[in-house]
Design a protein around this ligand. Sequence first.
Ligand SMILES: *Cc1c(COP(=O)(O)O)cnc(C)c1O
Length: 372
Amino acid sequence: MVVGFHRRTYAKIDLNAIKHNISVEKEKMDSNQKLFAVVKANAYGHGIVEVAKVAHEVGVEGYCVAIIDEALALRQADLNELILVLGVTPFEYAPLMAENDISTAVGDIDFLKNAQKLLEQRKLRLSIHLALDTGMGRIGFRNQEELQAAVDFINQYSNQFNFEGIFTHFATADSKKRDAVDYYDKQLKKFKNLETCLKTLPRYVHVANSAASIWHKECGGNTVRFGISMYGLNPSGRELDSPDFKLAFSLMSEIVAIKEINKGDSIGYGKTYTAKDSEWIATVPIGYADGWSRKMQGFKVLINGFFCEIVGRVCMDQIMVRVPQEYKVGTAVTLIGKDSNKKITPQEVADQMNTIHYEVLCLISERVPRIY
Ligand SMILES: *Cc1c(COP(=O)(O)O)cnc(C)c1O
């Protein structure tokens, strides 16, 4: 991966905001509850190692990632708390995970059967969190028979498996619409029902993501998987009020070229924008290769406290914006974040892209350096 350190486009990450958000969440949790910091996908674009380190400073029980490589990156950074891979892992990597003390989600018995042989040969023991599919339809055991068979297998091979956790994931915890709440209730009921299969509960029972921890405290479990709100975002987008979390992410650049164009002059590929008058047009070095989508045409950026429209097509590496007057090359441009008393939020960018703010931040590519 080539990172653009010699271009003045960067994501500014406020690690104190992340600390603040973890503290706010911990205060709201019950005293017996623990927190896993969800740092998958490069910590939602914020930088996995840096975020995990501040989470460690505030004090977290562990980390959740999506894939093994993310877990290995944390171990290489000398983070020694529990790490759980939430996704499905190929059984061939069971020894690799065991050697690195990485826990894994398991949602089918074939993984256990295949992994058991490899672990036995290598005299290794792997920590398992059983995934229960209570309605997300993604991964996990779906009924008591399947779950019972997995638990029996784990107990039978306790030299190879440490039964460490059990969890499920809600599909609709981020909405109070009638349908969503009904479905959430159904999932919770199903989880409680599956849980009764277990004579003793494992150390970690975790059902809550950010949304469930905010709006469904009654969902229980002894551990929260805290993701999007750690980064300061409201899991519901705009629908529900969330606590006072602070946004950690800003996206910055600067003007690298400026010119006055005449009435009738056009801008960009396909000449989709034509000036109605003489206008000042600035060029800013960020484009769709940086995750600033072509859908951002017609959106705005902040320069000197003014909203300025993105005109013409978004290029791979550059955009053009209409500015009210001549600005100096080197003038700061805010794409996400605050400038004087105005701001552009990830939610507004998501609205423009017809998606959710989670995706907006994940899409900012690794070419954009993260500055802390
Ligand atoms: C991504 C993920 C989370 C975190 O969800 P947020 O909405 O970001 O809090 C929690 N659990 C699972 C299984 C996930 O995949």
